[in-house]
Design a binder for this molecule. Structure first.
Ligand code: ADE
Ligand code: ZN
Length: 338
């Protein structure tokens, strides 16, 4: 199954670039910038990665970002992720970043965006893949800051394909960001948002109705609400699910109880993604294999997930057709009917 999952052409649509910061690069950048961290080895870093919920993870994730200081750091981080993704058979990657987590520390937005952009351009060439960039607003900071961040980011409009919404969800419903999302959409940016990770199904509905998102990151809690499930299926709203993340942060008690397979079987546009792979024990293939083992996914389910990933991607129709043909060709060569 590993070989099949790896060889299958696929898109990754939900990955936080900052969540791909591996312990080795973390320590190297800490030494380079003389940032004091409470770890001396990658093993010590890994030992500290035990989380009880989303806020306990975010505290550590934001603290580690202190090592990302200049354009070159962002370029390297991006290139390292794309190399791993390409090794997992990812043909198209949509990378999110948390602008405010860097600008709030005094790192210029230009250094963040240009560094990531350079990494994406070089990585595309090296690995023969396509990429997009999504800027997430932090929902646990004030809306005015998100507004100012969007204004500043519009100087780099050509680098961005979409906006998202992330960080601590509980008590931070999406509706507060309706204005800034409307402005982003008017600029031609795609809208996505985390919803239904720690927050309730109602936040998923609010992201659809008030932010007008075209896909939902996670959406696990939507499974609790049959009417919402019916709507997601009817409107073909994709869910970018992240099984290993959901177990590590207690969103589901065990992978066996993850609603991914049930929603896939119900006809929703479910996709599998890695979220913060350096923190949650694996990249995209690790997520697919873990889900396959816990939920009994068959090869044709994996093919459906791969097709869904390209359906949900921010691609133009010609690129999308090309990727569908790659998936279908792979499935045909392996004797899997789609
Ligand atoms: N930022 C990085 N990872 C996140 C997650 N899983 N949920 C919300 N915000 C995040
Ligand atoms: Zn996420």
């Amino acid at each position: 199954m590993q070989g099949f999952a790896r060889g299958l052409p696929k898109a990754e649509l939900h990955v936080h670039l900052e969540g791909t910061l591996e312990p080795g690069l973390l320590l190297e950048l800490a030494a380079r910038h003389r940032v004091l961290l409470p770890y001396r080895s990658p093993a010590e870093v890994r030992a500290a990665y035990r989380f009880s919920d989303l806020p306990s993870f975010l505290a550590l994730y934001y603290r580690n970002l202190a090592v990302l200081r200049d354009e070159e750091d962002f370029r390297r981080l991006t290139l390292a992720y794309l190399e791993r993704a390409a090794g997992d058979g990812v043909r198209h990657a949509e990378v999110s970043f948390d602008a405010q987590s860097h600008t709030a520390r005094g790192v210029p937005l230009g250094a963040v965006i240009e560094g990531i952009w350079e990494g994406l351009a070089v990585g595309e060439g090296l690995h023969g893949m396509s990429t997009r960039l999504i800027m997430c607003f932090l929902r646990d900071r004030d809306v005015g800051e998100a507004e100012r961040t969007l204004t500043e980011a519009l100087a780099y409009r050509g680098r961005l394909s979409g906006v998202g919404l992330d960080s601590a969800e509980r008590g931070h419903p999406p509706g507060a960001f309706a204005g800034v999302f409307a402005r982003a959409r008017a600029e031609g940016l795609a809208a996505v948002a985390h919803a239904g990770e720690e927050g309730p199904a109602e936040y998923v509905r609010e992201a659809l109705d008030e932010l007008h998102v075209q896909r939902v990151d996670h959406g696990v809690r939507a499974a609790d609400d049959p009417e919402l499930v019916a709507r997601l299926r009817r409107e073909r709203v994709p869910l970018t699910m992240c099984p290993l993340s959901n177990v590590k942060l207690g969103v589901v008690p065990r992978l066996e109880e993850h609603p991914l397979k049930r929603l896939l079987d119900a006809g929703l546009v479910v996709t599998v993604n890695s979220d913060d792979p350096a923190y949650f024990g694996g990249y995209l293939v690790d997520n697919l294999v873990a889900a396959q083992e816990a939920l009994g996914l068959r090869r044709r389910d994996l093919v459906r997930l791969a097709r869904n990933s390209f359906e949900a991607a921010l691609l133009d129709e010609e690129e999308r057709r090309g990727y569908f043909a790659e998936v279908d060709g792979f499935a045909a060569r392996r004797g899997v009917a789609v």
